[in-house]
Design a protein around this ligand. Structure first.
Ligand code: GDP
Length: 295
């Protein structure tokens, strides 16, 4: 299939060496190759340009081309740069508060309900905390059912009010319910639409204001490439979320969306979804993702 970014860098550097004299102009063409490869991996153009401009400065500074294995050194620089741009270190969700409240936001089909279950499962299994899942989708009865199925699967209670059409009230009632029954963490799943729309944005903003979550996570399908970046931007402007969940990373996406989203909204990616099963959840690791983009 595709040649990997690492291979392309190696080849470009190899071509350079063949030219005998290595100049800044020559390096520029290698940098262009890297930029093209990043764009192929779904990194948006502006970000790819910014990254490669930085890489160029770094590469010239470190005298890459005088080293014994310039291709390897350049790959290392690219890896370091990508890691740094994606935040360097893994970042955890903030589960402070009693109860801690985690609010999900994102388009329909992005994987919110699935991720809500995965997160509830993780908290319950690893931290042994009592978790409550909340169904706040008042438009699709099937959404409530879906969350209930998930809850049953992982042994977590699901709070729903099928006859209540006010998602803000449901969320508030759920938090009260959690306090009364000593739940430590509340995970609120919300309604999404197929595209960004004003009613959805207003609703999620109102829920957020009413329950003041310690963590608001924006869930996005990594397979949607550039759309993922635009959606992230729109949601962030409206609800100022705390972190991003990239789902469907088990697909054949190269992961460039991670880099673009991070750069555009300047919020950390905290989790990745790697399958439909409840255990298919990982902490986002910038270094690993940089490796994936390069591979
Ligand atoms: P919601 O509308 O945002 O609540 O999205 P859902 O949780 O219903 O997910 C939509 C579809 O994507 C479902 O078929 C899920 O099984 C699937 N899905 C969610 N997360 C992942 C993931 O990480 N990998 C894969 N392959 N499928 C996923």
């Amino acid at each position: 299939m595709f040649e990997s970014l690492s291979q392309r860098i190696e080849e470009a550097v190899h071509k350079l060496k063949g030219k005998g004299r290595i100049t800044e102009v020559n390096v520029a063409s290698t940098i262009k190759d890297i930029r093209r490869a990043l764009i192929d991996a779904d990194v948006n153009y502006k970000i790819a340009k910014q990254v490669t401009d930085d890489i160029k400065v770094e590469a010239l500074g470190r005298k890459v081309l005088k080293s014994l294995a310039p291709g390897q050194v350049l790959i290392k620089i690219v890896h370091e740069k990508l890691t740094e741009l994606m935040g360097g270190k893994p970042q955890e969700a903030n589960l402070k508060g009693s109860p801690a409240i985690v609010l999900m936001a994102g388009l329909q089909g992005s994987g919110k309900t699935t991720f809500s279950g995965k997160l509830a499962n993780l908290i319950q299994q690893k931290q042994h905390k009592k978790v409550l899942l909340v169904a706040c989708d008042v438009y699709r009865p099937a959404a409530i059912e879906q969350l209930k199925v998930v809850g049953e699967q992982i042994g977590v209670e699901v709070y729903a009010e099928p006859d209540n059409k006010n998602p803000v009230a449901i969320a508030q009632n759920a938090v009260e319910h959690a306090k009364t029954h000593h739940y430590k963490v509340v995970v609120v799943d919300t309604a999404g639409r197929l595209a960004i729309d004003e009613v959805m944005m207003l609703e999620i903003a109102q829920i957020k204001a009413a329950i003041q979550p310690s963590e608001t996570l924006f869930v996005v399908d990594a397979m949607t490439g550039q759309d993922a970046v635009n959606t992230a931007k729109a949601f962030n402007e409206r609800i100022d979320f705390d972190g991003v969940v990239l789902t469907k990373m088990d697909g054949d996406t190269r992961g460039g969306a991670a880099l673009s989203i991070r750069a555009v909204v300047d919020k950390p990616i905290k989790f990745i979804g790697t399958g439909e099963q409840m255990r298919a959840l990982d902490t986002f690791r910038p270094e690993g993702m940089a490796g994936r983009i390069l591979d």
